[in-house]
Design a binder for this molecule. Structure first.
Ligand code: PAF
Length: 282
């Protein structure tokens, strides 16, 4: 497998294999790869001539230094997983210096308010960090298609907005959430959960599926109150937010409109580890 640690050599290599009609699929990750990541890569391998994967724990998108320090870093295992999946994958695993040239700071973006909801409220500066790194990676890799998981649905919408506003020539493709056998959404952060916490985290998707059932007949206020109570009884979980929002604007839904698409979004803290999940409601 080709592994590049610096952007100059990666760009030279990609230039050398590029033809007028060839396509590059790109899967950006922060490593600690799981089946959800591998599914994005499989889709990219099917749909493109070349697939590039990046592994980079981006410091500018972490508002909490402890979260950054504890984020799992498993490059050797990740390389094995990528090689097993397909040895033709090109891996870009840059250093902070290679990406930020000595200045690891975010650009400031206007995502038309998408950044002020949910994750943006609880993780100040997070989406400026995401926008900065994704834009830089798109510029380096010059990908045709880029693949993102729907677990981070707000991130997906923000990346689409960033591409549209900057007139970047990249198709941003959202892919379904992969779940563990107990339906916990796959996430690199799950590695930090104990076996018991992993089992108990099954409550998150149970609550979301119950919300989906209730959505047809109950108001969003009644549903939200029910969700608060479901977590209020559980001493191991702290509900950070639950909201039912319009998929396009991410604004909370107070009154349902049958012409709009809605999703439930949830963030829960388990022993200080943040887990997020989402479900489409209609
Ligand atoms: O979703 C992630 O893993 C990260 O936010 C991303 C898109 C790789 C940017 O650092």
């Amino acid at each position: 497998m080709h592994i590049f640690y610096g952007k100059a050599s990666l760009m030279d290599y990609l230039k050398s294999i590029k033809t007028i009609h060839s396509t590059i699929g790109f899967v950006p990750t922060m490593g600690a790869l799981h089946q959800g990541h591998l599914a994005l890569m499989q889709k990219s391998l099917l749909e493109n001539d070349t697939t590039v994967v990046s592994i980079f724990v981006n410091p500018t998108q972490f508002n909490n230094p402890e979260d950054l320090a504890k984020y799992p870093r498993t490059l050797d295992e990740d390389v094995k997983k990528l090689t097993n999946l397909n040895p033709n994958i090109i891996l870009y695993a840059p250093t902070v210096e290679d990406i930020y040239d000595g200045k690891p700071v975010s650009e400031s973006f206007d995502f038309d308010g998408l950044e002020n909801q949910m994750e943006g409220k609880f993780r100040p500066g997070h989406f400026n960090g995401v926008g900065t790194i994704v834009k830089r990676l798109f510029e380096i890799i010059e990908c045709t298609n880029a693949y993102f998981g729907e677990k981070d649905f707000q991130q997906l919408q923000i990346v689409k907005k960033m591409v549209a506003k900057n007139h970047l020539k990249v198709n941003v493709i959202g892919c379904p959430i992969y779940r563990e056998s107990n339906d916990v959404a796959m996430s690199s952060r799950n590695e930090r959960l104990s076996a018991r916490e992993r089992d108990e985290a099954a409550i998150i998707y149970k609550v979301l599926t119950a919300v989906k059932e209730q959505f047809a007949t109950k108001s969003t206020a009644v549903i939200s109150e029910w969700v608060q109570k479901s977590f209020g009884n559980n001493p191991h979980f702290t509900l950070e937010y639950f909201t039912i929002a319009d998929e396009a604007t991410l604004l909370s839904c107070t009154r349902k409109n049958k012409n709009k698409k809605y999703r439930a979004f949830i963030a829960v803290l388990v022993n200080n580890i943040r887990l997020i999940d989402t479900i489409s409601l209609n």
